[in-house]
Design a protein around this ligand. Structure first.
Ligand code: SAM
Ligand code: DTB
Ligand code: SF4
Length: 345
């Protein structure tokens, strides 16, 4: 099945007025995708950049801000995660942040140039009640500030997805992380199918899907490519595809994993760009370990978003000044904040 990119109705498409002629395919085979992944690096980057520029004509990079609104104490056993209660990582379990504190952080992020605000909670799933009501309030507040609002709260039901949509949520992040085959080695407290079900509920509620993965979990190239195939062969591509490099955290089962080679990030991002031309591809966790040059190569390969600010959820991120210096010296254009909403609001 093949459709052409139709740029309507999504907040982030405001910076691409293109009626691009790049076909959106949903029938990728693993062999095809592996052949792309294994191209000579510069051929791969050249192809990804060519597709990228034909769709994203303004070639801007979105600055997103991430806030952990509920840190630690999670009952799941994701092998990479410092927030799982069962691993001794030094992350303390905290209560859900208050609505005003979250909105203060959102305002600061907007003043610093963020156009998207992502709120993360270390929950297995959302539970109805006062805490979820507060999250809905946070979403409404972020929307009032004129930013894109994204949440990542674990599994949701249909009615919870509907309520998030009504509150104005633009996107829900829920990663597949790796291939279905590899999944059981990394997480035992839920299945790949649980993940896909939540993603379908989010999609059905009309919320944008943010779904990607992590490299450096000990997966094979096949696993990496298969994850990208699974993402791209859905009836709709996720509007947003975060590509994370494992941040190894002491106390987690994956703490001693080998450091991710930056060029593997470049390849993964390039293939994501080729498979999902109209999706935002986000260079997410792992930037602190990457050189300026490697990050720029990721952008050449099609990454058009980064998380900025001193922290991701619990681990480090490059300093704000360092990021701004990189954008400045390389002439990378950040996506402008929504000018219709006054900054003082
Ligand atoms: N609990 C919710 C869930 O799992 O969907 C939301 C928060 S969870 C921390 C969000 C994502 O962060 C995970 O899906 C994973 O991809 C990423 N992540 C967590 N720990 C990481 C690490 N150490 N390195 C890289 N990415 C990580
Ligand atoms: C995503 O794919 N990466 C972000 C966001 N979605 C929520 C989270 C990265 C977390 C890195 C580990 C930490 O800081 O705790
Ligand atoms: Fe919990 Fe999410 Fe961390 Fe898994 S990734 S342990 S679900 S916070």
């Amino acid at each position: 099945m093949s459709t052409t990119t139709g740029f309507t109705g999504h907040a982030h498409h405001a910076h691409s007025h293109a009626t691009a002629e790049v076909p959106l395919r949903h029938d990728w085979t693993l062999a095809e995708v592996k052949a792309l992944y294994e191209l000579p690096l510069l051929d791969l980057v050249y192809r990804a950049q060519t597709v990228h520029r034909s769709v994203w004509k303004e070639n801007k990079v979105q600055l997103c801000s991430l806030l952990s609104i509920k840190t630690g104490g999670c009952p799941e056993d994701c092998g990479y995660c410092p927030q799982a209660a069962r691993y001794k990582t030094g992350v303390q379990a905290e209560k859900l942040m208050s609505v005003p504190d979250v909105l203060d952080a959102a305002k600061k992020a907007r003043e610093a140039g963020a156009t998207r605000f992502c709120m993360g909670a270390a929950w297995r799933e959302v539970k109805d009640g006062p805490q979820f009501d507060s999250v809905l309030e946070m979403v409404r507040g972020v929307k009032t500030l004129g930013m894109e609002a994204c949440c990542t709260l674990g599994m949701v039901t249909d009615s919870q997805a509907r309520r998030l949509k009504e509150a104005g949520l633009d996107a829900y992040n829920h990663n597949l992380d790796t291939s279905e085959e590899k999944y059981g080695d990394i997480i035992s407290t839920r299945t790949y199918d649980d993940r896909l079900k939540t993603l379908a509920r989010v999609r059905d509620a009309g919320i944008g899907v943010c779904c990607g993965g992590i490299i450096g979990l000990g997966e094979s190239i096949d696993d990496r490519c298969q994850m990208l195939v699974t993402l791209a062969n859905q009836a709709h591509h996720p509007e947003s595809v975060p590509v994370n490099a494992l941040v190894p955290v002491e106390g987690t089962p994956l703490a001693k994993n080998a450091r991710v080679d930056s060029l593997d990030m470049v390849r993964t991002i390039a293939v994501a760009r080729l498979l999902m031309p109209a999706s935002m591809v986000r260079l997410s966790a792992g930037r602190q370990q990457m050189s300026d040059e490697a990050q720029l190569l990721c952008m050449m390969a099609g990454a058009n978003s980064v998380f900025f600010g001193e922290k991701l959820l619990t681990t480090g991120n490059p300093e704000f000044e360092q990021d701004m210096a990189l954008f400045e010296k390389a002439g990378v254009k950040p996506l402008e904040p929504n000018v219709d909403k006054p900054i003082s609001q």
